[in-house]
Design a protein. Structure first.
Length: 219
């Protein structure tokens, strides 16, 4: 992802025409859109979606064509052709990054696709658990809720998953400890040289995980 440096005076304005932007803010039950020419709003709409409309889609990504058609229809009804200098969306399923405006590139699209795939697996898992009446059952207790003929196999699978997670957790802990030590060494060297660490990149110890936080086995 490449962070963009937004000029206060766009080139299109310098050439005598206004810069036209389409801004989209997709929410859980609505899609907010706005069309701007320079800083003047030409259209501001909040397109609401009912529970019935959204319930027909298993995954969030499946709503794309549905929401897209509503946005295009809103532009058409208001006689706004789809000719824009830029299209801007809020947020995005990306790793933690500094605030600002970023150009969508192949790296961002790959990261979004992987994140959506993980969320899709999670939604499918929840749907299956609900259908089987196993909502709220922990992984460790799963074998006791299986039919007798599947309990032994389920127990072996659960143990494999738990052992794999224990190995992953230990590796993550070691990596975190080493990283913290290196960061403290860097801070110490900077202090010795009289250099003030950058406020945004300065190391801060991670807070303790709340006891109520559940393990995310998607890791």
């Amino acid at each position: 992802m490449d962070k963009l440096n937004i000029s206060s005076t766009p080139s299109s304005v310098k050439n005598g025409r206004g810069e036209r932007l389409l801004v989209i803010n997709p929410g859980s039950t609505s899609t907010k859109i706005a069309v701007y020419e320079n800083e003047t709003p030409l259209l501001v709409r909040n397109i609401r979606h009912t529970v019935e409309e959204l319930s027909s889609f298993l995954l969030v990504i499946d709503q794309f064509e549905f929401r897209k058609s509503l946005v295009l229809r809103e532009l058409e009804v208001n006689d706004i052709p789809f000719r824009f200098d830029a299209v801007i969306g809020r947020g995005g399923l990306v790793k933690p990054i500094p605030g600002g405006v970023y150009e969508v590139n192949e790296a961002m699209k790959r990261e979004q696709a992987l994140t959506l795939a993980l969320r899709g697996c999670e939604q499918k898992r929840e749907t299956l658990l609900t259908g089987l009446g196993l909502t709220g059952i922990s992984l460790r207790d799963m074998p006791s809720h299986c039919p007798p003929e599947y309990r032994a196999e389920t127990s072996r699978m659960v143990e494999q998953v738990l052992k794999g997670y224990a190995v992953l957790q230990a590796a993550q802990g070691s990596a975190r400890t080493l990283t913290e030590l290196e960061l403290r060494r860097v801070d110490g060297e900077l202090a010795r040289r009289g250099v003030e660490p950058d406020a945004e990149s300065h190391y801060q110890a991670s807070p303790a995980r709340p006891t109520s936080m559940k393990t995310d086995f998607r890791a």
